[in-house]
Ligand binder design. Sequence first.
Ligand SMILES: Nc1ncnc2c1ncn2[C@@H]1O[C@H](COP(=O)(O)OP(=O)(O)OP(=O)(O)O)[C@@H](O)[C@H]1O
Ligand SMILES: [Mg+2]
Length: 362
Amino acid sequence: MGISFGSNNMALGIDIGTSAVKIVQLKKNPSGMPELVNYGYRPLPPEAMADGSVSDPAAVAEVIKELKKERGFKSASIYASISGQNVIMRFTKLPVMDPAELEQTVKIEAEQYVPYSIDEVSITHAVLKTVEEEEEGGGKYKILLVVAQKELVTSYTEVIKSAIGKCEVVDVDTIAAINALENSFMMTAESQEGGEVVAIIDSGARTTNISVLKSGILEFTRNIPIAGNNITESLKDTLKQEFDQAESIKIQEGSIGDGGGSEISEVIQGTVDELASEIRRSFDYFKAQSREPMIHKIILSGGSANLNGFSTYLMNELGVDVQVGNPLEGIAVNVPDADDLYNNLQQFTVAIGLALRGVTEA
Ligand SMILES: Nc1ncnc2c1ncn2[C@@H]1O[C@H](COP(=O)(O)OP(=O)(O)OP(=O)(O)O)[C@@H](O)[C@H]1O
Ligand SMILES: [Mg+2]
């Protein structure tokens, strides 16, 4: 919230995921409400992105250029993200201090978490909240430290620059997903002040990002290297098919928890079970370390949220209410061909969260 003099009117959120590039264009309409005015989706060739970094810059640039040509995105401030997989995120507390001093202190604090030379990394932070701590005297900031290798950040910005324009901000996909979904769960008193604990699970092609928030404040985040591609790869091996065929079988016939007993269901079950135990392990760790007795709600996003039966299965396995996220809460949609957007909505979550920063921040 807050006033915003001269903030941008148009923002482009570009999410380069493992499976596809997703772009969303938002505009701030005269009433101040964000309005989605354009969007685009295009799959990437299989090896273009590897382990959350750009491995074939020319191929990625080509896909973005084609999307730009096809959809005619207007010039705008560009917001992109790197994958949470390659980012170090740590929580810390620091005494309340002025912003310049904080900037310096954060760098020194972050050094202990960095396994590489400090010159090779970009360090940034977000103040999550200010807490009063009587025993230790004075207020403290609860801070999220974010560290990424400069080379990794540059690999994204260069490719975007060569294809569409200069990148204004580089965010992390995990944080962008939270940004997109916040409006849909911060509507009740429970969620705002009442201590409601919400887990956002963004499950894509290569990774599943988990974030846990209490009263809307991020408390825990972790990245699990199990997602949609693992299901497709096991189907490919079991059914002796090409990747693309296995992918269509998964999307058209795949489901979980239907008690089907077919070969396809069994293969899917194996991977989803593995993922569910990793999520459970993360929840247990979070609960032990934060002394929170329970997680009240899971919000699912990412392409793999579309797997038939996935939310019900997670709900039964984890004993937590599961909802599929709505990244368009509070956003007006003004495009002539919204069908593909609604049909693929989960995959646009990160791109929407990125562009939202551009039209809501001062
Ligand atoms: N209807 C569906 N059923 C099952 N899986 C689906 C469905 N639709 C999409 N997916 C899966 O979603 C995944 C792509 O989702 P998404 O676009 O969120 O990932 P990404 O951003 O490319 O990957 P990552 O974030 O892991 O780098 C693919 O594995 C795809 O098979
Ligand atoms: Mg993704």
